[in-house]
Design a protein around this ligand. Structure first.
Ligand SMILES: Cc1cc2nc3c(=O)[nH]c(=O)nc-3n(C[C@H](O)[C@H](O)[C@H](O)COP(=O)(O)OP(=O)(O)OC[C@H]3O[C@@H](n4cnc5c(N)ncnc54)[C@H](O)[C@@H]3O)c2cc1C
Length: 466
């Protein structure tokens, strides 16, 4: 039983990658550390449980990475994908620090495995966790426990006492021990974004947010972020920006994870509930386009869409948890999807008539295109004509939000007046907006958590000791 009446050097709020990296780093720097994880033990680890890989800079191939990925290339990628909406100094700092993380995380017990072949073309840039995010977390928890980090589960923090930018204490709500006041010399906030808070999402997306599915933990409700912003911490990032992909409409409301994502868009067409196409399905290669489809579907009536393809391509992409819905004819398929059969038949016959001859190759921007329809399908356009006809219903799947707390290179929160907080630090999703103004590159969420978690823990320990 953890003695919650004593004053800790460092309090870490959250139980995912950023929190654990911070806790381990603070403890290794000699601090007494308490981790408060809002979720029950079985669900510990937030969105980190669902992860597979992390993007780090490296100058040469490693045992598991097939070639170099320099700091310059990482920076070029980040600049392009955010359209310049990133804090250059902080982003370059993160990229430089990421080099060391590849080994540091192994020293904390995490193991790597070679990239899964043929999926996302990440074998050179991203290191995959052996056993996935849960195994990664188990290793970090084990290390933290061995080092003497104290951990409480089911430990939702419901209030923070902050005066003039200085953290004093946190209010804890626990189902068995009840309420408690937790005192610490320094705070690390690593409590994720607000993606699981539908009411908060509605402030920016309106009623449409009721139809969003949340790919990760229901515990990331943004309560700590909201408290910090209300108590004088400067915000960063556009509240409407988030990482959102198209996931199967039959997925659960929360925690569906990676297995619900559809990667079949380029092999067919996508229609809305009026059986109309609305975007070029072949605009660019899939790893560069998958993350726009969540927003595209969110903009459609009732936030629902259908990927339509035929039997000739059904084994061409990674399957998901859900089987496609089948029809022997297009009209039968439309009936099962509750779409107007005549409208779907017209859309498909117009599309088929617009398809030009070409040589199909989904790994390059091939010459299979349409002519005379709007929107066009600029690559990989092939006629949909081989029964049975197939479909996946999709909805926006929200991964995480970008609104966060502004931090400096010490991971120290910056207050609204521009001054650094006396003793408050942040790491992970809760401050991702400093680096990610918009856009996303696979594996960068874990880079943000590991780099800034490690820095935040070290700096919080130093702060507490002085
Ligand atoms: C399906 C899916 C797949 C993904 N795959 C990848 C991937 O392969 N690579 C990658 O880089 N990123 C991936 N991401 C993104 C990645 O999960 C996040 O960027 C990363 O895990 C964030 O880590 P974190 O520690 O900041 O937050 P989290 O891991 O989400 O942890 C937040 C923690 O805060 C706790 N918490 C929240 N509120 C409170 C409170 N009031 N009191 C106490 N505790 C609280 C939660 O319980 C949780 O433990 C994926 C996300 C999803 C949903």
């Amino acid at each position: 039983m953890v003695d919650l009446s004593k004053k800790f050097d460092v309090l870490v709020i959250g139980g995912g990658n950023a929190a654990l990296c911070a806790a381990i780093s603070a403890r290794r720097a000699g601090a007494s550390v308490l981790v408060l994880e809002g979720a029950p033990k079985f669900y510990r680890g937030g969105n980190t449980r669902h992860t597979r890989n992390m993007r780090c800079a490296h100058d040469t191939a490693t045992g598991i990475l097939t070639g170099p990925y320099t700091e310059e290339e990482f920076w070029d990628d980040l600049l392009r994908l955010t359209g310049g909406q990133t804090d250059e100094e902080l982003a370059k700092f993160m990229i430089a620090e990421s080099k060391d993380i590849l080994n540091w995380i192994v020293e904390q017990g995490v193991r790597w495995q070679p990239s899964l072949g043929g999926t996302l073309s990440l074998g050179r840039t991203n290191s995959f966790f052996l056993g996935g995010g849960r195994a990664m977390l188990n290793a970090l928890y084990l290390t933290a426990e061995k080092l003497g980090v104290e951990i409480v589960y089911d430990a939702e923090v419901t209030d923070l006492q902050i005066e003039d930018g200085m953290f004093l204490s946190a209010k804890l709500k626990h189902p068995i021990t009840g309420a408690a006041e937790i005192r610490a010399s320094a705070l690390v906030a690593a409590a994720g974004g607000f993606e699981a808070n539908i009411e908060w999402l509605k402030e920016y997306w309106g009623e449409a947010a009721d139809n969003f599915l949340i790919r990760g933990t229901p515990y990331n409700r943004g309560s700590i972020l909201k408290m910090l912003l209300a108590k004088g911490v400067q915000d960063i990032g556009d509240p409407t920006q988030c990482h959102a992909v198209a996931i199967d409409a039959r997925a659960p409301k929360f925690d569906g994870g990676i297995i619900t994502r559809h990667d079949s868009v380029v092999f067919g067409i996508v229609v809305n509930k009026h059986a109309q196409r609305f975007y070029d399905e072949g605009e660019d290669i899939w790893p560069k386009r998958y993350a726009i489809w969540g927003r595209l579907v969110a903009a459609q009536p009732d936030q629902i869409a259908y990927i339509i393809f035929d039997a000739s391509v059904r084994n061409s992409f990674m399957p998901t948890l859900f089987p496609p819905i089948e029809g022997a004819t297009i009209a039968e398929l439309a009936g099962k999807l509750e779409l107007d059969p005549a409208a779907l038949e017209t859309t498909i016959s117009e599309f088929n008539a617009a398809v030009q001859p070409g040589t199909f190759d989904h790994t390059i921007l091939d010459d299979c295109t349409t002519e005379g329809i709007t929107p066009p399908k600029t690559h990989w356009a092939r006629r949909i004509e081989t029964a049975p006809y197939l479909a996946y219903p999709v909805r926006p799947g929200i991964t995480f939000t970008y609104l966060g707390t502004r931090v400096n290179k010490q991971s120290r929160m910056v207050m609204k007046d521009g001054k650094p907080s006396a003793n408050m630090f942040a790491a992970g999703e809760i401050m991702a907006g400093n680096v990610l103004g918009k856009g996303y590159a696979a594996g960068i969420g874990m880079t943000i958590g590991s780099v800034f978690g490690r820095v935040a823990g070290r700096e919080a320990a130093r702060n507490a000791k002085n």
